[in-house]
Design a protein around this ligand. Sequence first.
Ligand SMILES: Nc1nc2c(ncn2[C@@H]2O[C@H](COP(=O)(O)OP(=O)(O)O)[C@@H](O)[C@H]2O)c(=O)[nH]1
Ligand SMILES: [Mg+2]
Length: 217
Amino acid sequence: MCRDCGCSSQPEDHSDVLLARNDHQAQHNRHHFDHSHTLCINLMGAPGCGKTRMLERMAPELEGLLVVEGDLSGELDAQRMRRVGIPAIQIQTGQACHLDAHMVHEALHQLDDTPRLLIVENVGNLACPADFDLGEHLRVVAVSVTEGDTKPEKYPAIFAGADAVVLTKLDLLPHVRFSVESFWHRVKALNPSAHTFEIGADQDIAPLATWIKNNIT
Ligand SMILES: Nc1nc2c(ncn2[C@@H]2O[C@H](COP(=O)(O)OP(=O)(O)O)[C@@H](O)[C@H]2O)c(=O)[nH]1
Ligand SMILES: [Mg+2]
């Protein structure tokens, strides 16, 4: 069971008090980010959908990037980021299936300098992270074609709250049953204004990197 929210037994029941405390800390985090002119992005998606790979590929294009990695245990994704020259802080959540604003705040206290761009790779999960504001300015949700095109219908909250949705692993389309058209139709039904991107081993990642850069003030 999730230490913080008990979510394995009651997925939709994150208590009001817990969320209110989180929202308060998130406002505090956002105030910090605004004050230091840091753009903060909360990157969410299921385990293995390609979040870290996306960051590795964008690393050369995103100047001033710092990554906070959220996983239940280990330091593997932070190590991957450091290998491509990006400073990274790893948060280990233990049993918690999402990051919360307090964890991010604590992680940022390890920093001497404030980055221009902070991307928080959330714990792999399409449910609980949607409820927890981290103080971010933008929410990006990644989904791979191997997950099926019905995910927006099954996990509407995370798609409804996204500023951008990224469909990943397009190179695997010939091997899976996935309708790109149906997927985007479902996303747009929940969130008509979401920015949309498609990436894969053969697709250019520059449009996504450019959208991120254009959001840095
Ligand atoms: N074929 C293919 N594999 C990918 C792509 N992006 C990521 N992967 C692979 O998917 C696996 C999970 O990727 P990772 O970035 O660790 O996912 P995360 O858990 O969301 O951070 C790894 O083996 C990646 O190499 C892609 O665009 N195409
Ligand atoms: Mg990862």
